[in-house]
Design a protein around this ligand. Structure first.
Ligand code: NI
Length: 226
């Protein structure tokens, strides 16, 4: 399931972060690509140890920890610290599938990458090209979101960033391991939760709410891996 999560950051947060990102010193992105990915990757990244990356990464994770749509759709177990990249004219990242296992930097902890996240820091009108294209079960999806908005998609997906032809595209990207490994099961839980929240909002006294809430939790208990 591919899902856009609007307003993860407020316009003020996104604009302030963008100022800091524009002033930071960037390095060649191929430094962190595996040998296969390095052949199709041409962009710039922030060193993960850069204080700007740490500060804005922390702000993103703090915002997500209070975002009901993200929590319902991702059911996160562990989230990797956000990383940052940017593409100028001629830069691109051709079709690839992200690595399956990643270390949490500075720890011996490894996570399985179930979901990939891209949070945009450039407004769509600031650049041409630079679309995130993701092949999912319904075909190829092209994603280009306003600053502060984020897309969540299964890490099993083939995807690319098309060449930027004008301006600069700056974004954060990161991965998470979900409590629910299978995308189909996670999507079922998300749709059940969404329907249940609507029922609670419209008919708070409905006699089926208790039973449906119980079913949600019993399914989550059945499928969750911790
Ligand atoms: Ni990727």
């Amino acid at each position: 399931m591919l899902l856009c999560i609007p307003h993860v950051l407020s316009p003020e947060q996104a604009a302030q972060a963008r100022q800091h990102l524009d002033g930071a010193s960037w390095i060649n992105g191929s430094a962190t690509a595996g040998h296969l990915a390095a052949r199709v990757k041409n962009n710039e990244q922030l060193d993960p140890a850069n204080p700007v990356a740490r500060e804005i990464g922390g702000m993103i994770l703090q915002a997500l920890s209070q975002n009901p749509l993200f929590l319902s759709a991702a059911l996160p177990l562990r989230i990797l610290p956000p990383m940052f990249n940017r593409y100028g004219p001629g830069q691109t990242y051709g079709f690839h599938i992200d690595g399956s296992i990643r270390n949490i930097p500075g720890t011996p902890v490894r996570i399985r990458t179930d979901l990939s996240c891209t949070l945009f820091f450039s407004e769509p009108e600031e650049y041409d090209g630079g679309e995130l294209q993701i092949d999912d079960t319904y075909g190829r999806q092209s994603v280009k979101l306003p600053a502060g908005h984020m897309v969540l998609y299964p890490s099993t997906s083939l995807h690319q960033v098309t060449p930027v032809t004008r301006g600069t595209r700056t974004s954060a990207f990161f991965w998470l391991q979900s409590m629910i490994r299978e995308d189909t099961e996670r999507a079922l839980l998300y749709h059940l939760d969404t329907a249940l929240q609507a029922l609670i909002a419209d008919h708070p006294e409905h006699r089926s709410i208790t039973a449906l809430t119980g079913t949600y939790h019993n399914l989550l208990r059945h499928w969750a891996e911790m």
